[in-house]
Write a protein that binds this ligand. Structure first.
Ligand code: ADP
Ligand code: MG
Ligand code: ZN
Length: 481
């Protein structure tokens, strides 16, 4: 810990915008799909023509409730939409429809995978519904606007200032992204802008109760950027305080090329949004029946899976975390388990072989690796000592390329292990005869030499002998005097 870190404590609160996975926009029937040619998903409603009326998308409500339940929020039986008024070229109406006084979801928390398995919680202030704005595209000689994104449904997830370090901010974002993906609430795609984060950062003397003045950092589209920007901002604020200066409340932009934050606007120029209830939309009424119905459709979430993997499968918190971050990977791991005794082997296999194959191929899991049944069959052969672990790795690599099954591949590559005790005994006897000096040393007490003998026998048998049988035979032969 540096002197600064001992003296100061950082306080961080995150605001995340996640795009909901609806087919259409939140107040009109236009497609909410990303990537269409500019201004092809536009109608009078989402381009802000006068006199049109918004119609609320029920699917957006259901998805937001689903996330609220997953985050242990209270779901408001009655909430309202409000107009947040400001002028910006990408906002054709001159206001954004959002929720302010009464958000759909309040309270709740996100459970972080703890460093030592202790679950740390970050409390939430709220989760509310709102529409997205359009997108400005700045060319060298002009600015263009694409309204495809205008009116796309978002949830804004606002945390309490419970986060203390850049790493914890990263863990919170990873967990939240993992959750929205498990829930099919959002695709969580940061590059396409469907998962965006603003970080509020302040510092205070360690032990102080009052919060320091915060700055808000925008424009970060990767977890790495968020962590770097927060770390930079903490250092910058501490240096100012150490120099006897004051922190100005302001919005800052992260410049990933230079690795610094820059002032964008100070609080004096803060917007007065003049919120008022949206007159064209009725209150949002959520019945207990709807909430209960959504609750029954909830999938198992990463936190529950982590708990199950450590308690029931005997995995470490770290293994449980890696295996559960993506639902597809976690499902794959679970599909390997039936028929296998050794859960650890299956876990290690997924964390090393499967993840490597996925990363190297750059393709989605389902395309990059064989079906779980085939890989399960391969691991079963290892358990039954029909093949060695190294042989299984070779077979797996071949199967990823060829798409062939486990049995066929093992046969084709001649990987079946020799479990013929007579053949192994003969090889052991040969090695013992050839290494008389080492045998004498071993018998005189150099136990460590045992591994050497195993290696020699394995070598003599072309690496394909069953190591368990080699061990048994060698122990017997070396003990006999
Ligand atoms: P604003 O009105 O500036 O948007 P809010 O009170 O709505 O501020 O809080 C926005 C976010 O900033 C929340 O995530 C909250 O936890 C966080 N936050 C509020 N005060 C502080 C502070 N002093 N330091 C760090 N984060 C803070
Ligand atoms: Mg804010
Ligand atoms: Zn539209």
């Amino acid at each position: 810990m540096s002197a600064h870190e001992e003296k100061y404590e950082a306080v961080i609160g995150l605001e995340v915008h996640a795009q909901l996975l609806t087919a259409s926009k939140i107040f009109c029937g236009c497609s909410a799909q990303f990537g269409a040619p500019p201004n092809t998903h536009v109608c009078p409603v989402c381009s802000g023509m006068p006199g049109v009326l918004p119609v609320f998308n029920r699917k957006a409500l259901e998805l937001a409730i689903r996330l609220g339940l997953a985050a242990h929020c209270r779901i408001a039986p009655r909430s309202i939409f409000e107009r947040k008024n400001y002028f910006y070229p990408d906002l054709p109406k001159g206001y954004q429809i959002s929720q302010y006084q009464t958000p759909l979801c309040a309270g709740g928390y996100i459970e972080l995978p703890g460093e030592n398995g202790d679950a740390a919680r970050v409390r939430l202030v709220r989760i509310h519904l709102e529409e997205d704005a359009g997108k400005n595209i700045h060319a060298p000689d002009c600015s263009l606007i694409d309204f495809n994104r205008s009116g796309v449904p978002l949830v804004e997830i606002v945390s309490e200032p419970d986060i203390r370090t850049p790493q914890q901010a990263g863990a919170y974002l990873r967990e939240l992204r993992s959750m929205v993906r498990y829930l099919d609430v959002s695709d969580g795609n940061m590059e396409e802008g469907s998962f965006r984060c603003d970080a509020n950062v302040s510092v205070r003397p360690r032990g102080a109760a009052a919060l320091g003045v915060k700055t808000e950092v925008k424009n970060m589209n990767s977890f790495r950027h968020v962590e770097h920007a927060i770390a930079y901002e903490i250092e910058r604020q501490i240096e100012l305080l150490e120099a006897g200066e004051r922190i100005m409340q302001e919005t800052r932009l992260w410049d990933p090329d230079r690795g610094v934050t820059r002032s964008m606007r100070s609080k004096e120029y803060a917007h007065d949004y003049r919120y008022f209830p949206e007159p064209d939309l009725p209150p949002l009424i959520v019945t207990p029946d709807l909430v209960e119905q959504i609750r029954t459709e909830m999938p198992e979430l990463p936190a529950a899976r982590r708990a199950r993997y450590t308690a029931e499968l005997g995995l470490t918190p770290y293994e449980a975390d890696v295996l559960t971050q993506e639902r597809e990977l976690s499902d794959y791991f679970e599909a390997l388990l039936p028929g296998l005794d050794n859960r650890k082997t299956a876990a290690n296999w997924v964390m090393t072989e499967v993840l490597r194959a996925v990363n190297e191929s750059g393709r989605p899991l389902a395309e990059a690796v064989p079906a779980p049944a085939e890989v399960g069959a391969l691991l079963k052969m290892v358990e039954d000592a029909a093949i060695s672990l190294n042989a299984a790795k070779a077979a797996f690599a071949a199967m990823c390329k060829s798409g062939k099954g486990a049995q066929a591949t093992v046969a084709e590559l001649g990987l079946l292990q020799v479990s013929d005790e007579a053949a192994i005994t003969a090889a052991c006897e040969q090695v013992i005869a050839a290494e008389a000096d080492k045998v004498a040393e071993y018998r005189a007490g150099r136990d460590k030499l045992f591994g050497f003998f195993v290696g020699q026998v394995m070598k003599a048998m072309g690496g394909k002998a069953n190591p368990k049988i080699i061990n048994e035979v060698l122990r017997r032969k070396l003990a006999a005097n």
